[in-house]
Design a protein around this ligand. Structure first.
Ligand code: G6P
Length: 456
């Protein structure tokens, strides 16, 4: 039977690989989107449409749809060259930079012929997704489209299947009209018309919705419907990881490493928007300003590689690694390593660090939400303090209980770290309780319900 609920995202809920016997096996897809959406839609008879990304995904796709934990997965196999243009050049190399304000404007964006061809690739992949949805969805079905990769589907689906109730959700920030004007006018128009074709567009924070509306008023002359629904970490799922043997082992190892020193933690992708370099600079200033902390604090940066097909990300990783090295060389002694940089991407280790921190530093220059801030608030067992960027979508919900970080102000960030480390036990406990309450006020199920309501 044709499904009455279809979820569409670029990265799917399953990622395929080969086991030792050479058999194709499915594991959970990477990333926050899957971890919140997967459990929420399980058991609702939904079909999830996503790109086949790896060779193994493509092999699995050749075998047809896959029945998985409570939903059916249907994979789109885009043309290889189109996929690179759509994913690397436009989605990650252009829209991600634009929405997060990451452009180095004297040099980028460079909208040359190659880029204009890439836009056609983006359009073709969006079109292929729209056709697959149109082919799959039942009469009047609800379609939940996720993220900036798939901005054009609203207009496409309106044309192909006007009976469908399609909504879009951006997991990123949305840029304002001035940044939108970096795009050629016909392309800005196509992008925003693509989004305006949905019944409604959802965002984690009112700031991003307001910016989207402002862009639409500027380019289209009117503002389409929007809704605000901050996502939440899956409590049950994450507690399960926290209770696992792997996590327990990691916690013991971390205890040995840290001893009786204070622990500052960050958990992030190695991603330009996450502001890793200014975080290290702030730590450097903290040590300079507070000799009493030298030798008595450890900064564990659990950061893992991401999108390394893009030269900017590769270069950034090198900068991050060499800065950590430089600070360790400068400050470290025989019995003290000030920074532990771990790039291994082992989730139970990240969860152990979130249970154990005294201070969690979340200082992105701009972030759609930031799930780590919420996961930390849920998991921490030491009344740890959250130092949170006011530019993260999660700031909206957590601001009363977190300390405010202006992510550009290195000295200010160092001061916030000092305040967090100096905070008395009473205030820490009070803030930690309020953080936990705020982080658990919504759930993946309530977030999904908000999208379903917007579709009606
Ligand atoms: C992060 C962002 C999401 C995005 C995802 C894509 O999690 O918050 O908005 O969809 O990255 O990551 P990928 O690894 O698929 O490029």
């Amino acid at each position: 039977m044709a499904p009455d609920l279809v979820v569409v995202s670029n990265r799917g809920p399953l990622s395929f690989s080969r086991d030792n016997a050479g058999k194709l096996v499915a594991g959970r897809g990477a990333g926050g989107l899957v971890s919140i959406l997967g459990p929420a839609i399980a058991g609702r008879g939904a079909t999830w449409i996503a790109s086949a990304i790896t060779d193994e995904d493509r092999e699995a796709a050749a075998g047809g749809d896959v029945e998985a934990e409570g939903f059916r997965l249907r994979q789109l196999v885009p043309d290889d060259a189109d996929y690179r243009m759509y994913y690397d050049v436009i989605a990650n190399g252009t829209l991600w930079f634009m929405h997060h304000g990451l452009y180095d404007l004297p040099r980028r964006p460079l909208l040359n012929r190659y880029w204009h061809e890439a836009w056609e690739g983006y359009r073709r992949v969006n079109h292929a997704f729209a056709e697959m949805v149109a082919d799959e969805a039942g009469e009047g079905a609800t379609v939940l489209v996720q993220d900036y990769h798939l901005s054009l589907l609203g207009a496409e689906l309106q044309r192909l299947r006007p009976d469908l109730r399609a909504v879009h959700f951006h997991h990123t920030p949305f840029c304002g009209p001035t940044s939108m004007r970096t795009l050629p006018t016909p392309i800005a128009l196509e992008l925003l018309e693509g989004l305006a074709g949905f019944r409604s567009c959802g965002f984690h924070s009112p700031r991003w919705a307001a910016a989207f509306e402002a862009c639409c008023r500027d380019v289209l002359g009117n503002a389409p419907a929007t809704f605000i629904a901050p996502a939440a970490a899956d409590h049950v799922d994450i507690e399960k990881v926290a209770a696992s043997e792997d996590c327990q082992r990691e916690l013991v190892a971390l205890d040995e490493l840290v001893g009786d020193k204070r622990l500052i933690v960050r958990v992030d992708r190695i991603e330009l928007s996450k502001n890793l370099l200014r975080g290290f600079s702030a730590y450097d200033e903290l040590l300079r300003a507070r000799p009493d902390l030298v030798g008595n604090v450890v900064f564990a940066a659990l950061v893992y590689p991401s999108r390394e097909q893009l030269p900017e990300y590769l270069a950034y990783r090198q900068e991050v690694e060499s800065m950590a090295q430089r600070l360790n060389d400068e400050w470290g002694t025989d019995d003290w390593q000030p920074i532990y940089l771990d790039t291994s991407d082992f989730f139970p280790r990240s969860v152990a660090a979130l249970r154990r921190y005294d201070v969690l530093l979340v200082n992105p220059v701009r972030d759609g939400l930031n799930l780590v801030a919420k996961e930390g608030a849920m998991l921490n067992e030491r009344d740890g303090v959250l130092a949170l960027s006011r530019e993260a979508g999660a700031w909206e919900e957590l601001q009363g209980a977190a300390l405010e970080v202006n992510p550009f102000d290195v000295t200010g960030t160092a001061e916030v770290l000092a305040t967090a480390l100096d905070m008395d036990a009473g205030e820490r406990a009070d803030r930690a309780t309020r953080l936990r309450d705020a982080a658990t006020a919504t759930t993946p199920a309530s977030w999904l319900d908000a999208q379903l309501a917007a579709a009606r």
